[in-house]
Design a protein around this ligand. Structure first.
Ligand code: MG
Length: 293
């Protein structure tokens, strides 16, 4: 006779490694203090129309393998872009290569018109014009952005093709011509500036278009401004992973002699911004998809 699985531990004994993995993947990430090997599963025994008893498992109140879409809605259909890097159907396009798109979506940091140029379908940083920022504000998001450092190489180290992409106008993914241009590791292209060096240097040559695909989860603060969850970054540089769910230990701004600022509480949504660091770095094909935390 087949043994009846009357307790949770019995059930776990029959759980395959693959099933255990699937269960661990759906467990919320905020369970740092809990035992991650024991997800909260409710078990229900029910007889079907033929009187045959079945065992059903529920995670977070939803039946595993639920087919009723009223109880477990299917993921929305998103049409991917027609070529790699093109915006999918549900993206907010922040720059499509046109002057109109630039004016409609970007300002200087005071909300006025920016002095950056639109050249050959790209937004180009202008020395002393300051940062640009998106009119629309974002929190956690997926961001695609393409950039090119100047084809004509000038300067070295941090002075060569320097700019930056700032999530929430605050947390910098470094943009730098890091092709055969040595600088400190936590300041080269793809670094979370001063916090986390990229896993590899996937830089293309100066003047060539490069891409960042960034998955960013914003930090959370309590009402006293204390961090309750740190920000995380996953970044692909030209399709190569360079930040693998990196937890940002603090801000990327300056704190005395180093970029080692502390977290400072801020709004839930803020503009995305790009840096004027004095070098004519170009950006194009910028789109965002907001993420629910
Ligand atoms: Mg920079």
């Amino acid at each position: 006779m087949q043994k009846k699985h009357s307790t949770l531990s019995d059930l776990f004994r029959i759980t395959t490694p693959a099933a255990a993995l699937a269960i661990s993947l759906v467990a919320p990430s905020s369970q740092a203090e809990e035992d991650m090997s024991k997800p909260e599963i409710k078990v229900e025994k029910k007889k079907d129309a033929n009187g045959k008893e079945g065992v059903y498992m529920y995670i977070d109140g939803v039946k595993v393998h639920e087919t009723d879409t009223a109880k477990q809605p299917l993921p929305p259909v998103v049409t991917p872009g027609d070529k790699p890097g093109a915006p999918p159907s549900d993206a907010v396009v922040l720059f499509d290569g046109t002057e109109e798109s630039f004016k409609a979506n970007w300002t200087d940091t005071r909300g006025g018109p920016s002095k950056w140029n639109v050249v050959d379908g790209a937004m180009e940083s202008v020395r002393r014009a300051g940062y640009i920022q998106s009119k629309q504000k974002f929190g956690s998001c997926q961001l695609h952005i393409e950039w090119a450092s100047p084809a004509k190489v000038a300067g070295n180290g941090q002075g060569r093709g320097n700019s930056g992409v700032f999530l929430m106008g605050t947390y910098e993914v470094q943009v730098l011509d890091s092709f055969e241009n040595q600088t400190y590791a936590d300041g080269q292209a793809g670094a979370l500036y001063g916090r986390s060096k990229p896993l590899v240097n996937a830089s293309r040559k100066p003047g060539e278009w490069q891409s960042y695909d960034i998955i960013f989860h914003q930090p959370r603060f309590d009402k006293d401004g204390k961090v309750t969850r740190r920000a995380t970054f996953t970044v692909l540089h030209n399709g190569v992973i360079i930040q693998d769910h990196t937890v940002l230990s603090g801000g990327t701004g300056w704190n005395g002699p180093h970029a080692a600022s502390e977290y400072k509480a801020h709004a839930n949504k803020l503009p995305i911004s790009m840096q004027d660091h004095g070098n004519p770095v170009r950006f194009r094909n910028v789109w965002v998809r907001e993420l629910k935390d």
